[in-house]
Design a protein around this ligand. Structure first.
Ligand code: SAM
Length: 203
């Protein structure tokens, strides 16, 4: 499937607060990002941010440099309508092909990496992460856990334990913290997530 087409169709069809990944308040994301970015000027990038409330919540928390990259223009348009903060930069791009023009202090990804079921796409993701992240930066990545759903939005996913995410990010990155979360979907289903915080490996 062409991700742009798939995700534009998803966001054009569904009510934004009915999609399975919807969170009214992105509490885990916010806590993990704030934990690695005590300086409110840290440039924060939400990868595959879609219509998440995270970017707006970060601006409300005082962060002055927030960017969202997503393959779906429909998602970005809806997100911008919902969070019209002029300081948020919206970037339409596929993370596996995007060449970032600047460095970010935090790379946040909730439920995007797990859609990359091909090894080549995962390698491309890690390459983009390597280019985007500042030397002292941190990546905050959440995926379905190893006992999580096998599909999302009609697409197959790759599920991760903390060790699995460690392997996916090695050798360039090391996991420095991990966390498990039970996300509750708008329909009331429970979805276990694996979260990691990773930093660049020092050689
Ligand atoms: C399950 S949604 C999660 C959205 C958001 N992170 C959240 O937690 O609400 C997956 C998002 O990743 C985006 N996406 C999927 N594949 C992508 C890719 N290759 N590059 C950039 N964004 C992608 C989709 O458009 C969608 O917004």
């Amino acid at each position: 499937v062409d991700p742009r087409r798939h995700w534009d169709a998803v966001y054009e069809a569904a009510a934004l607060d009915r999609v399975s990944w919807y969170e009214r308040h992105p509490a885990v994301s916010l806590a993990l990002v704030v934990g690695v970015a005590p300086d409110l000027r840290t440039p924060i990038l939400d990868v595959g941010g879609g219509t998440s409330a995270l970017a707006g919540a970060l601006v409300s928390s005082g962060y002055s440099d927030v960017s969202v990259v997503d393959v779906s223009l429909a998602a970005l348009r809806a997100a911008r309508r919902a969070s019209p903060a002029p300081t948020i930069e919206w970037i339409e791009a596929d993370v596996t092909a995007w060449r970032p023009l600047r460095a970010y202090g935090v790379w946040h990804d909730r439920a995007v990496l797990h859609f990359l079921v091909n090894e080549g796409d995962r390698a491309a993701y890690v390459r983009t992460l390597s280019e985007a992240l500042a030397p002292e930066g941190a990546a905050v990545i959440g995926t379905f856990a190893e006992d999580g759903p096998t599909h999302c939005s009609g697409l197959p996913v790759r599920r991760y334990s903390p060790a699995g995410l460690r392997d996916a990010l090695a050798p360039g990155f090391v996991v420095v913290a991990e966390r498990r979360e039970r996300h509750r979907t708008p329909d009331g289903a429970e979805q276990p997530f694996t979260w990691v915080v990773a930093r660049r490996a020092t050689r």
